[in-house]
Design a binder for this molecule. Structure first.
Ligand code: CA
Length: 519
């Protein structure tokens, strides 16, 4: 049912809901009659909500069996229920939440799945073999970009087992209040990204010299396990060193240092490892009302498969789970995990309040055009990416993972900041769902993109890796798409397949989360 002549169809998320979303491509005209007998009183665009019953002024509008708003006027059955008809409820308070009340019966272990990965000295596993060049400050970015281009042209062909060379560029490092509250977040984020499993522990740094973020502060002694084993110290090329006479001397120094690391990276080989070595970061961007119906539930099913296989899954995006905090605290494995989640939410509430904003600042014009009326509705669709598994840990922004299972990694919802923080946590596989469509990609880790609608998957046939729109079409189940995603992850992790973002080399910038002031 993917074309305009298909029979009219809507999807209800819960039997207690009084709205549903229109599935048909192009939306449906007034006077359309659904198989249930419901008749549209006006045209409703695809993915937008239809009132299933008359809703009186002041009555709750329910989707996912959650109040997504109060009706601002009487809404007849068959009407288009858009954001202008809804008053958003206040955020759920952070007191008296259900704590670790849900005790799901343990799901059976999923054994026997493996992939071909690069085992590191610290035990972590990479899905790609990349030389990353860490930078301490934005000032050196132009030079590092030049050097990376030269390395690719002149050196990389000598090292066939190395996939790529990446400059870890960012806007931090100087002009910042480096000792302010919160400044530790961007610093540890950058440190931990440099240690991402895809880089094999081969850390090299390009520094300017006079910047606030000195190399020793970024990567203090003992922070690089592989250096400790070899008795080496941090490899730094400092552009202001007297030894560099002229620009090409800087480039030569970077290339000589890179060559040493490339030689060692080139000795890495893929080996068969259990699927439990996957560290998957899930997020969504450019969401529509289908996100929470097709792609995100499929991700949720895949999340449960991964957790059953002993792997690690991070879900994030504070403002997109804030309205479902009670669902999360109840699924925590221990009261401590629930409390840690509440602390992250409270921290973020205060962070937004500093700018006189709240979680409602999250939704975009595209979200609303895609049928999502407000952040409550968006959050309910976003949270399903976490599946049904118990939540066994919480990670602060910029921290590195220390445990497996389903982890709440607290990050902003901004696609680039969330991806950057998940990289720092140690992600070796990224899954990204989109309804409106975004060509998002990262140079550091493969990104599997999942379309929420068949229309988008067809238009962007060479950008989207999985079409979850088949779930709305009725041609595939959530479980089938979730299993397809799991299998694709194993293939991509093994290097047997590339994602479309890798194929086209679509790379978004790293964006460090800096809640501290700049100077
Ligand atoms: Ca996002």
């Amino acid at each position: 049912m993917t074309n305009k002549t298909a029979s009219p169809l809507y999807i209800t998320m819960d039997e207690r809901d009084n709205v549903a979303i229109v599935v048909n491509d192009g939306g449906l005209p007034a006077d359309t009659v659904f198989p249930s007998g419901l008749k549209l009183v006006e045209k409703i665009p695809q993915a937008h909500k239809v009132a299933l019953v008359p809703i009186a002024k002041g009555e709750a509008v329910r989707r996912y069996n959650v109040t997504i708003g109060m009706a601002l006027k009487d809404i007849p059955a068959g009407s288009w229920v858009h954001e202008r008809l809804l008053e958003m409820p206040d955020a759920r308070g952070l007191d008296n939440l259900p704590i670790a009340t849900v005790k799901p019966s343990p799901m059976p272990a999923l054994d026997g799945y493996t992939f071909e990965g690069f085992r590191n000295a610290d035990g972590s596993v990479g899905t790609r073999n990349i030389l990353a060049i860490t930078t301490t400050v934005q000032c050196v970015s132009g030079v590092v970009e030049f050097a990376v281009k030269r390395i690719k042209e002149a050196l990389l062909s000598k090292y066939p087992h190395v996939d790529d060379v990446v400059g870890l560029e960012h806007t931090y490092g100087c002009g910042v209040a480096i000792d302010a509250d919160g400044a530790d977040i961007p610093i540890r984020t950058l440190r931990n990204i440099s240690l991402n499993p895809n880089f094999g522990g081969e850390v090299m740094v390009v520094s300017l010299g006079c910047e606030k973020l000195q190399p020793e502060r970024l990567m203090p002694a003992g922070s690089i396990p592989i250096n400790d084993q070899r008795g080496e110290t941090l490899d730094v090329v400092c552009l202001q060193d007297d030894a560099h006479v002229g620009f090409m001397a800087m480039i030569d120094a970077i290339m000589t240092t890179a060559d040493k690391h490339l030689q060692r990276l080139n000795q890495r080989r893929r080996e068969t490892v259990p699927a439990s070595e996957l560290v998957v970061g899930v997020q969504c961007g450019g969401s529509d009302a289908f996100s929470g119906v097709t792609a995100n539930p499929a991700v949720g099913y895949c999340t449960d498969l991964l957790v059953r296989a002993g792997a690690t899954v991070m879900f994030s995006e504070v403002t997109e789970v804030r309205d479902g905090i009670d669902q999360l605290t109840s699924r925590a494995t221990t009261p401590e995990v629930a409390q840690a989640m509440i602390e992250e939410m409270a921290w973020y509430d205060a962070y937004l309040a500093r700018g006189n904003a709240d979680r409602s600042a999250n939704t975009t014009p595209g979200n609303k055009k895609g049928g999502l009326s407000n952040i409550v509705e968006k959050a309910m669709g976003s949270i399903v990416k976490s599946g049904k598994s118990p939540i066994s840990g919480v990670l602060k922004p910029g921290d590195k993972l220390k445990q497996k299972g389903l982890i709440y990694a607290a990050t902003p919802a901004s696609d680039f900041i969330c991806g950057t923080l998940q990289l720092a946590a140690g992600m070796n596989m990224h899954v990204f769902t989109t309804g409106r469509g975004t060509p998002y990609g990262l140079a550091e880790v493969p990104v599997i993109k999942v379309a929420t609608r068949t229309d988008l998957a067809h238009r962007w046939h060479d950008l989207m890796d999985i079409n979850a729109g088949t779930i709305a079409d009725g041609s595939k189940t959530i479980e089938a798409v979730g299993m397809e995603m799991f299998q694709l992850m194993l293939d991509v992790a093994s290097g047997r397949k590339k994602t479309w973002a890798e194929h086209w080399k679509l790379h978004n910038a790293l964006v460090l989360f800096n809640p501290a002031p700049v100077t």
